[in-house]
Design a protein around this ligand. Structure first.
Ligand code: GLY
Ligand code: MN
Ligand code: MN
Length: 447
């Protein structure tokens, strides 16, 4: 795999070099410094926050443990990596990496953070013609940078990031495997009667992650907790009765994230289990229809219509699917977007950005939570994550509404104890359709 990774990475980097040239030319600049980031501390505390790499650094360098490192780019010469590796007996610093990508860079080892100053002045003739990209704005100012996180440059980079290279699709594909191993262990733990806390441990162990390096906080939700969209607690006690389980959890590969959700009914033969299966089928049917040239919003709308049909067919709302959709009742049950771009960030950049110049297109008023207003293009990677939830906060206003009498409250109240359903896969748009990265990895794992 490493040889092909090396080839894919070199192609990826060559494309980025071209992009750097464009950015420099358009903005009258000579070079770009990308700062991986610094150790940050909690307020009034000497405890460091867990380090999260600048995704722009990670876009060029497939290494997430590079706190204090810098990258210099001029778009022509080999990118120059100033890798921070201090002599330190308090913390262990990663050894200098030896991997498929390391030869693509010139290397300088920084033993002290201050050494970047002399490197900076040696490398950049005129700091007024040099761009800083990173979050240590005060440091950048003190070093003499005048161009800091220039929006025009960020727009270029973000737009490019929304169309993945072959190397990036490979990483996103690899990120599925660990997550799916975790999902399998978590499912077993749920059916074995374990608590949310214990299920989370099972997930972390099987996916070989710590809770500090998962790409986002795991959502491990039993029963009505799955109706809390970003449920972050982990109950240590098992509920007396278990109805349902929702797990939204991913993994990372060289910084690229997977974002996968599965839902289960504890009783595989009850009506909630039917609803779960139906949702799974709807998701896969929608993915089968996705293709370049169509607006992501159109697929979101189709899924909202499917939810209206499900509400009708499962006798949850006693109106036709068309009326349910017309009245927007489906939005009470599916109150989030169909999904989002996926990459180095779980909710990846440029979901609303229509071009390199940065034109922003907001989601429509009816769907304010939609995170993507783009036309689909080949090599975009997205999640597809329809949901159907029984959320008291959203349902209660309907109780006094003239249409409230059409709601099957008895059944809805019963399903409230199950919380909700979400099914989430990661897909890549191809030349004429969409490939399901999650399903592909699952098939490979099933062998
Ligand atoms: N895990 C967060 C999301 O699905 O968007
Ligand atoms: Mn998710
Ligand atoms: Mn997601």
């Amino acid at each position: 795999m490493s040889n092909s990774e090396q080839r894919l990475f070199q192609q990826h980097l060559n494309g980025l070099q071209q992009l750097v040239q464009d950015i420099l030319q358009t903005n009258g600049l000579d070079g770009i410094w990308i700062h991986a980031g610094e150790v940050q501390y909690h307020f009034l505390d000497d405890q460091p926050k867990s380090f999260k790499i600048n995704p722009l650094f990670n876009y060029f360098v497939p290494h997430t443990q590079a706190c204090g490192s810098w990258l210099y780019l001029d778009g022509v010469n080999k990118p120059h990596l100033y890798f921070y590796q201090p002599n330190d007996y308090w913390y262990l610093h990663e050894p200098v990496p030896q991997s498929f990508w390391t030869e693509a860079f010139q290397w300088t080892i920084l033993k002290h953070a201050d050494e970047i100053k002399s490197s900076l002045y040696k490398q950049s003739v005129d700091l007024n013609r040099t761009l800083y990209l990173g979050d240590a704005v005060q440091l950048a100012q003190s070093l003499g940078f005048t161009h800091i996180n220039l929006q025009k440059a960020l727009n270029y980079l973000h737009y490019q990031r929304s169309i993945k290279t072959e190397y990036e699709v490979h990483c996103l594909q690899q990120a599925q495997f660990a997550a799916l191993c975790g999902h399998r262990a978590a499912k077993n733990a749920f059916f074995d009667g374990k608590s949310e806390f214990e299920i989370n441990l099972a997930y972390l162990q099987a996916s070989e992650q710590s809770d500090l390096n998962v790409p986002y906080g795991n959502i491990v939700a039993i029963n009505q907790h799955s109706a809390v969209l970003h449920y972050a607690q982990l109950q240590r006690k098992s509920p007396a009765k278990r109805n349902s389980f929702l797990l939204d959890a991913g993994a990372s590969y060289l910084g690229y994230a997977s974002d996968i959700t599965r839902s289960y009914s504890f009783d595989p033969n009850d009506e909630f289990a039917e609803l779960v299966q139906r949702m799974e089928r709807q998701k896969l049917a929608l993915i089968d229809q996705m293709q370049p040239g169509y607006h992501y919003l159109s697929y979101h709308t189709m899924m909202q219509q499917s939810i209206a049909e499900m509400l009708h067919e499962f006798d949850l709302v006693r109106l036709s699917a068309e009326q349910i959709f017309e009245e927007g009742i489906n939005r009470t049950f599916f109150p989030h977007g169909l999904g989002h771009l996926l990459g180095l960030q779980v909710h990846d950049v440029a979901g609303f950005q229509q071009n390199r110049r940065g034109t922003h297109k907001a989601p429509p008023e009816a769907y304010p939570s939609l995170r993507c207003t783009r036309n689909l293009e080949p090599n975009m990677v997205l999640t597809v994550e329809p949901g159907l939830y029984f959320i008291p906060l959203l349902l209660n206003p309907w109780r006094d509404h003239p249409l409230g009498a059409r709601f099957n409250w008895q059944k809805i109240d019963c399903f409230t104890a199950y919380g909700g359903i979400r099914s989430e896969d990661n897909i890549v748009i191809t030349a004429d359709g969409a490939e399901n990265l999650t399903q592909k990895a699952q098939t490979a794992l099933n062998g």
